[in-house]
Design a protein around this ligand. Structure first.
Ligand code: CA
Length: 219
């Protein structure tokens, strides 16, 4: 039996989450509009939740990075959260899909932040390799899971010392502990979680918000 068995963390029921959203999240209108538009798309589950968006925006406000890198932009919700969080911050956004990022671009323009977001459409790993060491202060990883280990290693290279890397979907809807799931994406997330748990290069904090978000600080 686990030594943590007697300690109870709260289980977020749908009703309790509803309450959290009501009293704990202030979602700007434009983000709400983007979320509603994305809700009609088949890949809508790739979008972060509003409570996550607010959490990441709060981290950005507290940490005050100059340059942010986002790996996996989708329709732009998280990048818009981060751009709105700080008036000066510059974001480099990577995604392979021109249709999704067309929507992102429209919302960045509507919000007046498009001049601070530089999007590269293509394979993120190829683009990552073109960046110099220690170019970024803050990185958000939320692209294809099969490449998570590669994204993490490249992120460690391009982030500054004491910089932050956020990794989304680290609990992967529970599949990380479900032996019936063994697809390449699930395997990659498990491998990365295992690696990070003892990686001497970083400090970590795994947060059970949304689908699980690990905050990594490079030493
Ligand atoms: Ca995600």
């Amino acid at each position: 039996m686990s030594m943590y068995q007697d300690q109870k963390a709260i289980q977020l029921t749908p009703q309790l989450r509803e309450y959290l959203l009501q009293v704990g999240v202030r979602e700007p209108d434009l983000l709400k509009k983007l979320r509603e538009q994305t809700a009609n798309m088949p890949e809508r589950n790739m979008q972060i939740l509003p409570e996550q968006g607010q959490f990441i925006a709060m981290l950005v406000k507290i940490f005050n990075p100059g340059r942010i890198l986002e790996i996996g932009t989708y329709t732009g919700y998280s990048s818009l959260c981060m751009a709105l969080a700080l008036p000066e911050v510059r974001i480099t956004a990577l995604d392979k899909n021109p249709e999704w990022t067309k929507i992102a671009n429209k919302y960045w323009q509507d919000a007046g932040v498009s001049n601070r977001i530089e999007l590269t459409v293509g394979l993120a790993l190829d683009t990552l390799k073109t960046f110099d060491d220690q170019s970024f202060d803050f990185i958000f990883i939320d692209a294809d899971k099969r490449n998570y280990l590669n994204y993490f290693e490249e992120s460690l290279r391009v982030v500054k010392a004491n910089g932050v890397i956020l990794i989304d979907n680290v609990l992967w809807n529970g599949r990380v502990i479900d032996a019936t799931h063994d697809d390449p994406g699930t395997q990659a997330i498990r491998k990365l979680n295992d690696l990070i748990s003892t990686d001497p290069r970083v400090e970590i904090c795994m947060v059970p918000i949304g689908d699980g978000l690990t905050i990594v600080r490079k030493k």
